[in-house]
Design a protein around this ligand. Structure first.
Ligand code: MN
Length: 244
């Protein structure tokens, strides 16, 4: 009897250990760009941010159909939509505005499949820059195609403050005061999708963060600020990985 109990205790301890080992490192898929020679391209700032936050980053090369996207989402615990090219304006009913708009049709197709699979899965999403724009469009919103020519605003290669709404993921992590962020974008959310809640804007009114219960979206690049030595931004990635 006693030996049975000891044996059972070992079995339970083993199961708990296995469960803990499995759950210690959530798998985080990250969408990526294609390099000029057609390779898979993603700045290591994204993978390092996820690693430092306690997750295992997995770069997701181009997927080609719904079944592949669903298989990817089955295999991971959460997904990051990374920065990069502009989303095709046809998706929100507009023609390309001017030569500043850069589109990669293959990435657009892959990202849209992954975005829809992510929404269907309900798994947590962190959407950065293009990722934020992409998810807004997939959910039914639209974008400014070029802030300088449409709004007279320059948000590329500068830093600026953002004001946070009281009830937001960012204010829960960083408190209510404004934050200084980098700004490396020429597009931004114009009409927000019906289901999203805008949670941060710059002083000139540009949407800089939004969220849904599933998605945290930022227009700036926390992974880049983290890589540049601003360790405060690790907390944002930890908050994301801790949900997985
Ligand atoms: Mn900005």
């Amino acid at each position: 009897m006693a030996s049975n109990k000891i044996f059972a205790a070992f079995i339970i301890a083993g199961a708990v250990f296995a469960a803990c080992s499995r759950n210690n490192y959530p798998l985080v898929g990250i969408s990526c760009s294609r390099s000029s020679y057609g390779g898979t391209e993603l700045p290591a700032t994204y993978t390092e941010a996820i690693s430092r936050a306690g997750g295992v980053p997995l770069v997701i090369p181009t997927v080609h159909d719904e079944a592949q996207a669903a298989a990817v989402l089955d295999a991971i615990d959460g997904i990051v939509f990374s920065g990069g090219e502009d989303v095709n304006p046809a998706w929100y009913g507009e023609e390309v505005l001017n030569e500043t708009v850069e589109i990669d049709s293959l990435r657009d197709r892959s990202d849209s499949l992954l975005a829809r699979a992510a929404l269907a899965s309900g798994k947590p999403v962190l959407a950065i820059c293009r990722g934020s724009q992409l998810m807004n469009v997939i959910l039914g919103g639209s974008l400014y195609q070029d802030l300088p020519s449409q709004k007279g605003l320059v948000h590329s290669g500068v830093t600026h403050k953002i004001g946070l709404s009281g009830d937001s993921a960012l204010s829960r992590i960083y408190g209510p005061d404004s934050l200084e962020v980098n700004s490396l974008h020429h597009q931004a959310v114009k009409d927000p999708a019906p289901s999203i809640r805008i949670t941060a804007r710059s002083a000139d009114g540009v949407v800089e963060a939004w969220e849904t219960p599933q998605i945290i979206a930022v227009q700036f690049h926390p992974e880049k600020m983290l890589a540049a030595g601003d360790d405060d931004w690790l907390a944002l990635f930890r908050a994301f990985v801790d949900r997985l």
